[in-house]
Every structure is written in structure tokens, then in C-alpha cells.
Design a protein around this ligand. Sequence first.
Ligand code: AMP
Length: 250
Amino acid sequence: MKVLVSIKRVLDYNMKARVKADGSGMDLAGLKMSMNPFDEIAVEEAVRMKEAGVADEIIVVSIGPSAAQETLRSALALGADRAILVETPDALEPYHVAKILAKIVESEKPDLCLLGKQAIDDDANQTAQMLAGFLNWSQATFASKIDVTGDAFKVTREVDGGLETLTCRKPCVISVDLRLNEPRYPKLPNIMQAKKKPLDMVPVASYGVSLSPTREIIKVAEPATRKAGIKVPDVATLVQKLDTEARVLS
Ligand code: AMP
């Protein structure tokens, strides 16, 4: 079984996001970038499938700037076999990412595409669904457990109010949720070995996908700053303020 894992290079979750002064987007200059945390979980799941003998090859793909090579190398250090970087300086919409991934799937013919449920920079939660749509493949989103059963995957999904279990026939697209597994840290020898694993750089134009925007970002703004709190002397004053000032009691 061949597994394709799609990984995005995003602002590290420990960094404080800054908005550009003109409100046109995020200012990422000088900030640490890392693999999208949900994609680390997707890589870990693929590696566990290989260790369990149900996957033969893991291909990791990223669509982004040349610096995303570093992100792909970390996935290779975690156990992926080879990597493809679709190079573009532009931040693409999930629609374009899914179109490009569909082209890669056509040539690589994986049995399973694993994606994160969402990228923590745009919080779109769209790429996996669109990819399955373009390929006309079955899909399971928000997986918290995946069992490979012959030519199908039994997937437990986190849904409102509980867990749903369903079966997807191969080939399919699965997006992974937080509780699926706990990703490992790469070992030093694996980091060294990863430098020798194949990493193909492909210019985005070679996929022939139109990248004209389908949407326009009107404005990006910081969240409103919270007003400072106040201290009240006793419970009676608290209740009175909640009633007459905050108006949350009646
Ligand atoms: P999103 O739909 O943007 O929230 O992203 C969901 C998932 O799609 C991510 O967790 C990745 O697996 C994949 N993805 C999104 N953008 C990219 C990208 N530029 N390169 C590779 N994978 C991506």
C-alpha cells in the first residue's frame, strides 16, 4: 500500500502571530515556521502503518516556498521514504492546493491520502474534502482511529456528541484529528539519513493548474484587546454587577 501525506509549513504554534500594518495579511518575517501539527499526526500514522507492515511506501508532499524543504526533511526523518516539494512563493488557497494534490495523486496512484484536518494558519478545514471531491474518492474526516482491513479502512471519527465509525474503500482520503496518535520525535541518526532521501522539487507551473484567486481577503485584524478586569469586595457586589452592568442574570 502506498500512502501520500500532505504537509503544510505554517507559523510555529508557539509563535505570536503578527498582522501586517496595512491589514493585508500576516507578517511572518523572522518567525519560526514548523510542520502543521495535524500533519505531524498524519505522518506518524503513515509511519505506524509502515511499521505494522500494511504500508510499503510513504510519500510526503508540500506546496509552498523553497524553505518547505526543511519541513519535508523533518517528515523524512520521522520515517517517510521520499518527498515532493511543489515550489511556489505564493500562499495558495485550499482549492488550488487540492487541485495540485489531485494531479500528484493521478501520477503517484497512492491507495491512501492522509491530510491534517486543518492547517493552523488558515483554519480552513477544506483541502481534504476538496481533494476527495476532485478525485471522486471516498473520504473520512477527523479520524481519531484508523484500522486497515484488507482493501478498506475502518475509521473512527470525532463528531458532535460522540464517535462515528465508518468504512472507506481504497483508495480514499482521510483527514486526521488530534487524538489519533502522539507523534514521535526524530532520532539524530534518522535526521542524518533523511538528508540522503529523495526530495523532488517541482515548479508549481508544471501542474497546469490555474492559480487565479477564487476569493479576496478584505482585511486581516488582530483580535480586540480584552478590557482589564475589576476586583469586587464581596459576592453581593459581584451578583449586583452581573445583573445591572453585565446584564447576564436576567
Ligand atoms: P486546510 O484545508 O487549509 O485547513 O488544510 C488541511 C490540510 O491540507 C493540512 O493539514 C495539510 O494536510 C493539507 N494542506 C493544506 N495546505 C497545504 C500545502 N500548502 N501543502 C501541503 N499540504 C497542505
